[in-house]
Write a protein that binds this ligand. Structure first.
Ligand code: KG4
Ligand code: ZN
Length: 348
């Protein structure tokens, strides 16, 4: 069985073709980086227009890469939310049109469920497992009980983790997107130079908070003697920031392991997903914690952690296998928490 997946919720236009045994036949991702870079962040109108300009060509490129025609596709899946409304409309409308013309089932996929189920494609893991979802728009710890069934253990009470990376990069004069730039700069930095806060560390629960850390970074820059950042200042700042984020993630995950143990007696598996999961420093810190706590750590390859359509096609297949398809009246949902997914086919 073959699924065509379309992802247009943010600033990546992506199309993939995935088989139900996990084989990826096509994986096309077009980043709109150059279009948004002059503005230092994503401009929703520009994103929607760029998706419209690129999507058709990208679908054809995916078809060519897989060496198949539309008639060989068994279902069409597209991200229906959460995300920017303009982009979601472009992807959803295109997917529905293909499904209607080809008389194939259509599946509306929650972008976060795409991230959440990726590890089942890459590592064949079974439910239930713990999920640390760390992206530009989210920072959550969840128990994934099954397709469509999520228990949220904690979430950010202010900024998303990727946002904190991006803002830190901006303040340090590094480009957009900030995550990879901060990671690179941190490699030559001294993480003990700036004493930054570890918000919520040591507190019960699994919630996160990053706005205080962001403010502390701004003050640290402001307090530098001549106000101008040298390369070494930037490196030290990024290293100090990353160390603080790492400490917070580890503390919150340790609490999640205890919450999971109350819920399920099997040895826990922790899946780390979302764009920030591409960070190798954070991956290494999490690996150490998991080894110490006898937790099986699963980190999909970076290409499948950042936004892509393989995860959308795969989530479409997972839902289709359970008989879950959606009608052509399915409207985009800019806000769509994982805890609001339905398993009765009435996803809205
Ligand atoms: O999941 P994603 O591609 O898009 C969504 O937000 O859904 O995540 C993008 C976020 C951005 O904030 C980006 O700066 C961050 O992931 N990111 C990283 C790294 N690569 C991407 N953050 C830290 N280290 C990285 N290597
Ligand atoms: Zn994402």
């Amino acid at each position: 069985m073959l699924a065509l997946g379309i992802e247009t919720s943010c600033d990546e236009t992506a199309v993939a073709i995935v088989r139900d045994d996990g084989k990826v036949l096509a994986d096309q991702v077009l980043s709109q980086l150059a279009e948004h870079q002059p503005y230092g962040g994503i401009v929703p109108e520009i994103a929607a227009r760029a998706h419209l300009d690129h999507l058709d060509k990208l679908i054809m490129a995916a078809m060519n890469e897989a060496g198949i025609g539309f008639s060989e596709v068994d279902l069409v899946a597209a991200t229906a939310g959460p995300g920017l409304i303009g982009g979601l409309m472009v992807g959803l409308t295109t997917a529905k049109a293909i499904a209607a013309v080809q008389r194939k089932p259509f599946v509306a996929v929650n972008h976060l469920e795409g991230h959440a189920l990726t590890a089942r494609l890459t590592d064949r893991i079974e439910f239930p497992y713990l999920l640390l979802l760390v992206s530009g728009g989210h920072c959550q710890l969840l128990i994934v009980e099954g397709v469509g069934t999520y228990e949220q253990l904690g979430t950010t009470i202010d900024d998303a983790i990727g946002e904190a990376f991006d803002k830190t990069a901006k303040m340090a004069g590094l480009g957009y997107p900030g995550g990879p730039a901060v990671e690179t700069a941190a490699q030559t930095g001294d993480s003990s130079r700036f004493p930054l806060p570890r918000p919520l560390k040591g507190r019960p629960g699994c919630d996160f908070s990053f706005s205080g850390l962001k403010t502390a970074v701004r003050h640290a820059i402001h307090d530098l003697p001549d106000g101008a950042l040298t390369d070494q200042d930037v490196a030290d700042l990024c290293a100090s920031f990353q160390a603080a984020v790492g400490d917070v993630l580890l503390d919150r995950c340790a609490n999640a392991f205890r919450a999971f143990a109350k819920h399920d007696t099997t040895a826990p598996t922790l899946v780390v997903a979302g764009g920030v999961a591409a960070n190798s420093y954070l991956r290494a810190r999490l690996a150490k914690l998991c080894a110490a706590e006898s937790v099986n750590l699963v980190t999909p390859p970076p290409r499948l952690c950042t936004d892509n359509a393989v995860m959308i096609a795969w989530a479409g297949l997972e839902r289709f296998r359970l008989g879950l398809t959606d009608g052509f009246d399915f409207a985009p949902r800019p806000r769509w928490p994982l805890t609001e997914l339905r398993m009765d086919g009435t996803n809205q």
